[in-house]
Design a protein around this ligand. Sequence first.
Ligand code: ADP
Ligand code: MG
Length: 321
Amino acid sequence: MTLSEFDLIDRFFHRCGAARDDVVLGVGDDAALLRVPAGTELALTLDTLVEGVHFLPGSDPRSLGHKVLAVSLSDLAAMGAEPAWATLALTLPESDATWLEAFSGGFCRLAREFGVQLVGGDTTRGPLALSVEAKGLVPIGRALRRAGAQAGDLIVVSGVLGDAGLALRALRDGLEVDDLDYLRGRLERPQPRLALGRSLRGLVSAAIDISDGLVADLGHILDSSGVGAIVELGRLPCSKPLSAYLARSGDWSLPLSAGDDYELCFTLPSSRLAVLEQLAEDLPCRITCIGEITREPGLHIRSADGSDYRSLSSGYDHFAA
Ligand code: ADP
Ligand code: MG
């Protein structure tokens, strides 16, 4: 069934996510009106997913609805912000009610889970592309940033790395893997590390979310902070299916450089490690120390035998030659 632009907005996006009392005016007028509490800063982030670039043609619409919001919420997590509102720009080849019901179902479920209300957006016809702007709140001066890492700080990551990249190789290239269901979940339904991000306020010296691969994203912390790092290959946290793949192939490019993991990477003085480990006990994801910040610029990746490992590629760059 096809729907008009306004019917589809009304049916699938009018009441989507949490019902927040700081929304003065949501979907339905020329702009939303939102109340930003005194003492807080507004954190804004926009991400776009394009069919054939960020996801495989024919991807499950419910997972797409989840993922397009999750990637923006991951940016708020990396800033230590509390998510509040979102806007959604949809470019659709057709107004297919079945597809839209599944897409909005995945989107609205994740929005409700994290207390986010969809407050507006835009709907146009064209090749399938999805954009979300997530808006969050953070107490004044308390946001986490990429700049601030100091020589001697520890480098820590949440969760495990490389699963999404392995899932993509399996789904796109037919690579045989263990536990494809788990891996597919990691690629299609990333969990934004919002509780972790908030608890890192006042504790860490720098933070980023890993969307383009560890080497690229840690590289942003290093550039912004004017420092370097040593990362130890043997300490990278990997799932069972990824460890099995590493044992077979010796190919470390996935945990180092594959994108789409949406874990957090952050740095902190070693004197604060005990506090971090304490608070991590109450969180749903593990945290792992993978290396140390150095005064000399550059990222050195060290193999288990202590030799320098040359990374094969950095992260994904849309405009790289
Ligand atoms: P305008 O033409 O004034 O920009 P639109 O006709 O595009 O307004 O949108 C009408 C209302 O529906 C607006 O409140 C807009 O924010 C909302 N809206 C449009 N598309 C979406 C969407 N995909 N998700 C949520 N809200 C949407
Ligand atoms: Mg208008």
